[in-house]
Ligand binder design. Structure first.
Ligand code: 6R9
Length: 648
């Protein structure tokens, strides 16, 4: 934490949609009369049939129900494409920058229309209808966005699975929402390396026992050889030749599902977070406009992957709903060199740049030189998302990347929230490095104590949101009980975020990180339980406990304590084997950074693993283990401390 405050630069106060007074007034209006406020904001998208009911939401225990604009009829793809055509047919909608700096594409709104319609027709020819689920397992190529929008056009529900997930993880996600159609590419390309996407899809489908995938649509990216299953698999480019570039946009209700996105929680398998049509799009578009102060002609770049919610809301839906030019990047920050991000900014004259703290920290380690050899003169605004940004990284981002000229919007939100809930607005909010600052319109954050009592003024506790907003998730796909249990039972009547938080004397919010068993590794959310169940699936492992520990680049690293089956020798080979095992079970993002063989785990007499103690050991805080009186066998702890793995 620093005490430094960065005031709104004078030119920003002039240019921005909102200054501080306008923010205050609009925020108050949004709380005073939510119905009237959102009735008005709902008009930022086009409706085939207008809504008469705006907000119909309840957080009541056992009866959580969330509906926005419920009798309105619209279509997300129509709003992101067709309605712009009269004025923007020739404007670039998507700039695509390939992994290899020599590759790029510019796709206009007219071309986007044509591509999305073709894609929709290819899906229609494979029996995809309104309400059907389609799994998308794609690299960062424009066809990923076309596929998402094609689903939206038909009223089908997409489930995008990040291309870094393993066949096992993909299989469980296909099965959970019973997708009959999977869209993928031959191979992905990242940092010069190929990712065998189609082979992973084949392996995933081979694991399915409960459902059958009827069709796999394969986009050609690298031209690598892949197996094509006759009758099931089809090349997209061949199928697309047979269809027209016209496809009507389905008329769907505001509460019709738009997408499912799986995300990790503290227990069990990842949850299918369900977002719907009207409220989601209104909220994504509105936050994109105000938080990034998006003006006509701006070039906007969000470096996320479409496999995460940030890619959904702030590469595809929010920007396109606003008729923006959005840049999509296939590669990684350090390929071919550490200057890549900044070269892309210069090449495409990017004005607004939105990335994650983990990328900033990694690039910061490479020093200022790779940055300083680029101009970045086009940059006006910087954004951060995914995890708390430490003040050192914030200062470097501000001073070195933004040349002290660009405000930083530190945007706090979640897969569940659909869009940004707490963030500065660049023309309105004085910045404090490390703070996500103030709530967006219509958002009522509360800091509560362990009993759920809202705390006034400066306070520290857990972060809850007191009332609904249009972008909120509606349910866990297929499991409304779990939805209510996970988010509304800890503090009945309120949405529990899972994050800890401090509010300072200026009413600024400082997110302190997760308070549940979710860890955040390089901005990727993971349940410790998922990594544990991957470990115990190994035949030589009898028990495992996983915790997070502070990691200079990733934010949090994964520390695994593993107890082996009796008679199995702990060796270096086995340690490596287990790390590779987890990679294969879940995906590279879940690889343990440190793995310690533990003859025993600290447990209570009732057999509960005391994670608090494991966390302290992983954090190198042996002196501060807290109450250990309930330990069944205190000697276990001394053994763990003496064999603690060292940070790399
Ligand atoms: C959008 C996204 C959500 C969790 C969230 C919190 C952490 C995200 C943050 C932040 C501090 C920020 N988080 N943004 N923490 N400051 N600006 O990342 O969604 O993948 O669901 O993760 O990420 O812990 O609860 P998701």
């Amino acid at each position: 934490m620093t005490d430094k405050i960065y005031d709104v630069p004078a030119e920003w106060a002039k240019r921005a949609f909102l200054d501080d007074r306008a923010y205050q007034a609009k925020y108050e209006a949004s709380l005073r009369d939510p119905e009237a406020f959102w009735a008005d904001e709902g008009k930022r998208i086009e409706w085939f049939e207008p809504y008469s009911v705006v907000k119909n939401t309840s957080f009541a225990p056992g009866n959580v129900s969330i509906k926005w604009f419920e009798d309105g009829v619209t279509n997300v793809a129509w709003n992101c494409i067709d309605r712009h055509l009269p004025t923007r047919a020739d404007q670039v909608a998507i700039i695509w920058e390939g992994d290899d700096p020599s590759e790029q594409r510019h796709i206009t709104y007219q071309e986007l229309h044509d591509e999305v319609c073709r894609f929709a027709n290819v899906l229609r020819n494979r029996n995809v209808e309104k309400g059907d689920r389609v799994t998308i397992y794609m690299p960062m190529i424009p066809e990923a966005a076309f596929a998402m929008l094609a689903c939206a056009r038909l009223g089908a529900v997409h489930s995008v699975v990040f291309g870094g997930f393993s066949p096992d993880s993909l299989a469980s996600r296909i099965s959970d929402c019973s997708s009959k159609v999977v869209i993928t590419a031959d191979e992905g390309l990242r940092g010069g390396r190929k990712v065998p996407l189609k082979a992973n899809v084949d392996a995933a489908i081979a694991k399915l026992t409960d459902i059958e995938v009827d069709h796999v649509v394969v986009v050609r990216r690298t031209g690598g050889t892949v197996n094509m299953e006759p009758g099931r698999d089809v090349w997209y480019h061949e199928a697309a030749e047979l269809v027209t570039r016209h496809c009507p946009a389905a008329h769907v209700n505001a509460e019709h599902p738009l997408f499912i996105l799986y995300t990790s929680g503290s227990t069990g398998l990842p949850k299918g977070v369900l977002h719907t049509t009207g409220g989601y799009l209104v909220y994504a578009a509105m936050t994109h406009q105000y938080v990034f102060d998006y003006h006509e002609g701006d070039i906007y770049w969000c470096t996320a992957d479409v496999g995460w919610v940030t890619g959904h809301s702030y590469i595809v839906y929010g920007p396109l709903a606003n008729g923006a030019t959005t840049l999509m990047f296939e590669g990684v920050p350090n390929y071919p060199t550490n200057s890549r991000f900044w070269e892309v900014i210069d090449k495409h004259k990017v004005n607004i740049f939105y990335t994650a703290p983990t990328a900033i920290r990694a690039l910061m380690q490479g020093g200022d030189a790779p940055v300083k050899k680029t101009s970045r003169a086009s940059l006006r605004l910087l954004g951060s998302v995914g995890e708390p940004i430490n003040p050192e990284a914030w200062e470097w981002y501000h001073r070195v990347i933004g040349d002290e000229r660009c405000p930083i919007v530190d945007t706090w939100w979640q897969t569940e929230t659909g869009g940004i809930l707490i963030s500065p607005l660049p023309g309105a909010t004085a910045l404090k490095p490390g703070s996500a600052t103030r709530p967006f319109f219509g958002i009522i954050p509360e800091v509560v104590d362990a009993e759920g009592k809202p705390l006034d003024g400066p306070a520290e506790g857990n972060l809850v949101i007191a009332d609904s907003w249009p972008g909120q998730m509606r349910t866990v796909y297929g499991d409304h009980e779990r939805f209510m249990q996970t988010y509304f039972s800890t503090y009945p009547g309120k949405y529990f975020t899972g994050d800890g938080c401090r509010r300072d004397a200026d009413g600024y919010y400082w997110i302190t990180g997760r308070v549940d068993d979710v860890i955040n590794v390089s901005g990727h959310r993971m349940g410790t339980a998922e990594v544990e169940s991957a470990l115990v699936a190994h035949p030589k492992v009898s028990e495992a406990a996983v915790v997070g520990y502070p990691h200079t680049i990733k934010g949090q690293g994964i520390y695994a304590y593993v107890t082996l089956m009796s008679g199995i020798e702990p060796t270096e080979e086995l340690r490596k084997e287990l790390v590779i095992w987890v990679r294969q079970e879940i995906g590279p993002i879940a690889s343990p950074d440190l793995l310690q063989f533990a003859p025993g785990l600290p447990k209570t007499r009732s057999g509960k693993i005391m994670r608090r103690i494991l966390r302290k050991i992983a954090e190198d805080e042996f002196g501060n283990l807290g109450d250990t009186s309930t330990l069944a066998d205190p000697a276990v702890v001394d053994d763990l401390i003496s064999h603690r793995q060292n940070k790399k």
